[in-house]
Write a protein that binds this ligand. Structure first.
Ligand SMILES: Nc1ncnc2c1ncn2[C@@H]1O[C@H](COP(=O)(O)OP(=O)(O)OP(=O)(O)O)[C@@H](O)[C@H]1O
Ligand SMILES: [Mg+2]
Length: 233
């Protein structure tokens, strides 16, 4: 059984006054405008919004993958952008799990090695890492594909591997950026069901960016990103 290691009563993830603007030389684009958000332990949150509204930008900032132009991000109460680069990496590696829209798996490694990677990076032994990776791959229904490289898996199977990699270190929160963007609707539904069943079993918090309003309605809270602000519709 995979359980998380969250500190009680502090929001697992929060941000205050997040501003994000990009300047690509052709002019400044303002994407996020003073966004504040608190995500509690075990909470299920959907973020919806039009293409280009800034959903990926927000998710990357919440996950510590990209820095805000201004504002703060707290993981279990810790201000991550106030920490050293190595501490930021260890906070991400310990507390956060991220599922990208396009899996981002490494083709030169097997499914098992891909899933074991976050634990190996955290300097856990090969045996322990691979045992935990096998447990996570079993949880997503892929115990029969451990030695396959991602290139020899179907799109849905690849997303399952990506989910296993995001949960192998028992994060407090999983953030998924349109995890079914590239899948047919039936496979997409199976992936959503899997994410929800993992959340129910592990009690980790779950944030899903989605275009699918039916899925968003299955979450406890659904927020819409519109004109740089998060609003409740
Ligand atoms: N690195 C960048 N440099 C310049 N502009 C960027 C950069 N990344 C994103 N943008 C711009 O910021 C805006 C928001 O992008 P973002 O990827 O966050 O949107 P999104 O809501 O995730 O869209 P989608 O639903 O299509 O994935 C877009 O207009 C995009 O062109
Ligand atoms: Mg996006």
């Amino acid at each position: 059984m995979i359980t998380n290691n969250h500190i009680k009563d502090i929001p697992v993830l929060s941000c205050t006054d997040i501003v994000k603007s990009y300047d690509d030389g052709a002019g400044k684009i303002s994407v996020l405008n003073q966004i504040s958000l608190q995500i509690q332990a075990s909470e299920k949150l959907a973020i919806v919004g039009a293409s280009g509204s800034g959903k990926s930008s927000l998710l990357h900032i919440l996950s510590g993958l990209d820095s805000p132009t201004s504002g703060k991000v707290y993981v279990n109460g810790l201000d991550i952008w106030n920490e050293s680069v190595s501490k930021q990496a260890s906070i991400r590696n310990q507390h956060l799990g991220f599922v990208y829209q396009f899996h981002h798996l490494l083709n030169e490694f097997s499914a098992l090695e891909n899933v074991a990677m976050p634990l190996r990076i955290a300097k856990r032994s090969k045996d322990e890492s691979e045992q935990k990776a096998e447990e996570a791959l079993t949880l997503v229904g892929l115990s029969h594909r451990l030695s396959h490289p991602p290139g020899k898996l179907s799109g849905g199977e690849r997303q399952r591997v990506a989910i296993a990699r995001a949960i192998v270190h028992r994060p407090d929160i999983m953030l998924a950026d349109e995890p079914t963007g590239n899948l047919d609707s039936k496979t997409g539904e199976q992936i959503y069901d899997l994410l929800l069943s993992i959340q129910a079993e592990t009690k980790m918090a779950l944030v899903i960016v989605t275009h699918d309003l039916k899925l968003a309605s299955q979450m406890e809270r659904s927020l819409t990103l519109d004109n740089g602000k998060l609003i409740t519709l």
